[in-house]
Design a protein around this ligand. Structure first.
Ligand code: FAD
Ligand code: NAD
Length: 474
């Protein structure tokens, strides 16, 4: 049977499943194909994000944070516990339950929205036909007026440190250790390395992170990265910059690493090695040779600003295309494409996509960095405010970090906000709203912020742009 749809999404990650729901809401007959199988072998909708990415990593970050607070931070509050221990199967099991709850939730949402799910690998054929190969090898072909490619991304593998799923692992492996590795090596001090490195460090691993670049967290504002680096060092994360891995050999007593840094060749032995050196668009088996869909030099599906591939009725979204590899970016593209297909005005503003790194302290930013403004010769003013002067942060015993705001020197329009500190994953939302509304630092400065809250740091940073912060010298 050749089922015919208005739109087929290939991939049910946050880009594909959210787009599918929006398409169904708009009255389009919608199908969504996904190949991901959960630990029980059944279809697990939600892609990388729900299965082995955002949600499970945040579950482990939260559990490990509770444990770390108990072992290291509660004493200042006068709270103590004898012999606190972590039970790793329960710790990982809680994460698995959360994953199941959310992947099952997507299946329920599909049912409620009358979206037809297919379990298997979808391949786009010429003429908007899609061949689905089931996990049992069975084949069927369905077709649609529109096909949206949302096949996501996979971890980059280093040829000299190949994943074996046991000693050398990717993000999925590092979410599923059965015991706390005594010595954990991490290649790449990027988002995954810092988040998952923090998880296992908090449970007692000796964590060494090897980062090839000489600067720490080059994607973030340098002032913010500096604070984060100092705090991670205090926590005992051993981050070695300018460290280039040459070899990783799995031996009986661990993974033997050879790397070079400014002092020459170095050796390190670890029990587990997490390789987190970035992700690449995943398009294996996705496209028949004659579809006309193009890939760029990095293997990403080429699209225009409307996520259109240039082939009639074929669109692509999420990690498989240009732009940051973030769940919310993919979801918004999914919604926008559904709306464009339905003849409505879809919209994604790339200038205000927030980034959050869920370490402790958290790191968050949106908009331009100071360097980007300098390079573009855009005149700006800077305001900043430390959490050390925020009553709520001090009361929480988490008075670390700052909010830094960049506003246009002439128009005062907010161009970027960069934060490191407690709760900044939530505080950034206020700044994104202000930026979306083309707000100025003066707008935020004039808004009443509840006292005592962490959001007062945003208020004071906005006041500080005009050198009138109240609780610090200007
Ligand atoms: P994916 O989520 O990768 O989903 C693609 C889906 O398509 C997969 O299920 C795949 O199996 C399926 N598929 C691929 N090809 C085919 C095919 N031919 N046929 C059928 N199915 C196919 N982002 C954030 O914003 N916040 C975070 O906190 C965050 N944390 C992360 C933590 C980790 C450890 C990792 C690895 C990533 C994290 N990310 C986070 C990134 C986020 O997971 C991705 O940006 C997001 O999942 C991309 O969504 P997507 O729908 O484009 O692709
Ligand atoms: P990343 O790009 O964040 O970091 C990779 C790091 O590895 C970089 O610092 C890079 O310089 C370094 N590196 C590259 N090759 C190396 C080598 N040979 N030796 C040593 N270091 C090397 O990539 P990631 O941490 O793998 O995460 C992938 C993507 O997933 C992120 O960029 C992000 O888009 C997404 N993600 C987002 C979140 C979040 O939003 N909180 C969390 C996890 C992942």
């Amino acid at each position: 049977m050749n089922d015919k749809f208005d739109v087929i999404f290939i991939g049910a990650g946050p880009a594909g499943y959210v787009g599918a729901i929006r398409a169904a809401q708009l009255g389009l007959k919608t199908a969504c194909i996904d190949a991901f199988a959960g630990k029980d072998g059944k279809q697990a909708l939600g892609g990388t994000c729900l299965n082995v990415g955002c949600i499970p990593s945040k579950a482990l970050l939260d559990s490990s944070r509770q444990f770390h607070n108990l072992t290291s931070h509660f004493d200042v509050h006068g709270i103590s516990a004898d012999n606190p221990r972590i039970d790793v199967p329960t710790f990982v099991g809680r994460k698995d339950k959360i994953v199941k709850q959310f992947t099952g939730g997507v299946a329920t949402l599909f049912k409620a929205n009358k979206i037809t799910p297919y379990f298997g690998t979808g391949k786009l054929l010429k003429g908007n036909q899609v061949e689905i190969t089931g996990n049992d090898g069975s084949k069927q072909t369905i077709s649609a007026t529109n096909v949206v490619l949302a096949s996501g991304s996979v971890p980059i593998e280093l040829p000299f440190a190949k994943f074996d799923g046991k000693a050398i692992v990717d993000n999925a492996g590092a979410l599923d250790f059965t015991e706390v590795p005594k010595r954990l090596g991490v290649i790449g001090a990027g988002v995954i390395g810092l988040e998952l490195g923090s998880v296992w460090k908090r449970l007692g691993s000796d964590v060494t992170i090897l980062e090839a670049l000489p600067d720490f967290l080059g994607v973030a504002d340098p002032d913010i990265a500096k604070v984060a680096q100092r705090e991670f060092k205090k926590q005992g994360l051993d981050i070695k910059l300018g460290a280039k891995l040459g070899k990783a050999e799995v031996k009986k007593d661990g993974v033997h690493l050879t790397y070079s840094d400014k002092d020459g060749e170095q050796k390190l032995v670890v029990d587990k090695l997490l390789v987190a050196v970035g992700r690449r668009a995943y398009t294996a088996g996705l496209l028949a040779d004659d579809t006309g869909v193009k890939l760029d030099e990095r293997g990403r599906i080429v699209v225009d600003e409307h996520c259109h591939t240039g082939v009639d009725g074929v669109w692509a979204i999420g990690d498989a295309v240009r732009g940051p590899m973030l769940a919310h970016k993919g979801s918004e593209e999914g919604v926008a494409v559904a709306e464009w297909i339905a003849g409505k005005a879809g919209h994604v503003n790339f200038d205000t996509i927030p980034w959050v790194i869920y370490t402790e302290p958290e790191i968050a930013w949106a908009g331009k960095t100071e360097k980007e403004l300098k390079d573009a010769a855009i005149p700006y003013r800077v305001g900043s405010f430390p959490f050390a002067a925020i009553g709520r942060a001090v009361a929480m015993n988490e008075a670390v970090g700052q909010v830094k705001m960049l506003a246009h020197a002439e128009t005062d329009r907010i161009l970027g906000v960069h934060m490191v500190g407690p709760g900044v994953s939530e505080l950034i939302a206020e700044c994104v709203v202000a930026m979306e509304f083309k707000g100025s630092s003066e707008d935020l400065a004039r808004i009443v912020h509840a006292h005592p809250t962490l959001s007062e740091a945003v208020h004071e940073a906005a006041l500080s742009v005009d050198k009138r912060a109240i609780h610090k010298g200007n």
